[in-house]
Write a protein that binds this ligand. Structure first.
Ligand code: NDP
Ligand code: 8X3
Length: 248
């Protein structure tokens, strides 16, 4: 019988590439997102292998009703997420930051809690999308980095709670992946997104989907706890030093 993967945020980027990768390997895919037309397009592309669910990750009170008929799944891919703009926190929109927390943390935790009994019953797996931003701070990343640090630590602690159940949990922590991520972060500014990824050969959604598929199909006694990956052309910068009297 085909395995079932439940992918949050299947309407773009890493989630859409993962939907294609798993469906192509014979899995049944349940994919969520807010954009109905994107879900319809994936349904047209993937056919019976794909089941769309229109869902907003922030609407955690609606999860029970929306997920009522889903049943047990073999793999939960907690992928839906976004970042607020790269504004210093002291000047940022608090509402935008809280929205990201509601999506990346509250929605992810609620979704996991709803599907976990079924995952335990099937000795399934959870793969969570964290980020290098969980480990390496950068300017303007306070809310985003903190949400991804939550995802990383939540993954590790879940492994303790799931001790003895056979359920695997992995935190995937990519660097720069060219998707709609930067477009969303910059309020739809295509030029800003294109400029960021220009001439640096970023990772692609397909690269991450392949990594996720590899993790998901390892022998069941193997658990990848955390997996950090970057494009070769992205590495590390040093600390910042403020000079008195010089505007930073
Ligand atoms: P995209 O912007 O291309 O895709 C994001 C997906 O999340 C979309 O399907 C979107 O669906 C969904 N989503 C966002 N907000 C909500 C919401 N409120 N309710 C439901 N779905 C939502 O970005 P990526 O594919 O790059 O990002 C996927 C994950 O990977 C994120 O968690 C991101 O933080 C993480 N990541 C990305 C990196 C990158 O450089 N791109 C690097 C490291 C981690 P819709 O808008 O239709 O609702
Ligand atoms: C997104 C990757 O490097 O923009 O999680 O923080 S980065």
């Amino acid at each position: 019988m085909s395995k079932i993967v439940f992918i949050t945020g299947a309407t773009a980027g890493i989630g859409a590439a993962s939907a294609r990768r798993f469906a192509g390997a014979g899995w049944n895919v349940i994919g969520t997102g807010r954009r109905r037309e994107r879900l319809d397009a994936l349904t047209a592309e993937l056919g019976d292998a794909f089941r769309p669910i229109e869902l907003d990750m922030r609407d955690v009170d609606g999860f029970a009703a929306t997920l009522a008929g889903v049943g047990e799944v073999d793999l939960l891919l907690n992928n839906a997420g976004l970042a607020p703009s790269l504004t210093d926190f002291q000047e940022s929109s608090l509402d935008a930051g809280l929205d990201v927390i509601q999506t990346n943390i509250t929605g992810l935790a609620a979704m996991t809690r709803h599907l976990l009994p079924g995952l335990v019953a099937r000795q399934g797996a959870i793969i969570n999308l964290s980020s290098v931003a969980a480990t390496y701070p950068y300017r303007g990343g306070a809310i985003y980095g903190a949400t991804k640090a939550f995802v990383r630590q939540f993954s590790l602690d879940l492994r303790s709670d799931l001790h003895g159940t056979g359920v695997r949990v992995t935190s995937i922590e990519p660097g720069m992946v060219e998707t709609e991520f930067t477009l969303v972060r910059n309020g739809g500014d295509r030029e800003a997104s294109d400029t960021l990824y220009a001439d640096m050969n970023p990772l692609t959604g397909e690269d991450i989907a392949e990594t996720i598929f590899w993790v998901a199909t390892l022998p069941p006694h193997m658990n990848i706890n955390t997996l950090e990956l970057m494009p070769v052309n992205q590495s590390f910068a040093g600390f910042a030093v403020a000079r008195e009297g010089v505007k930073s």
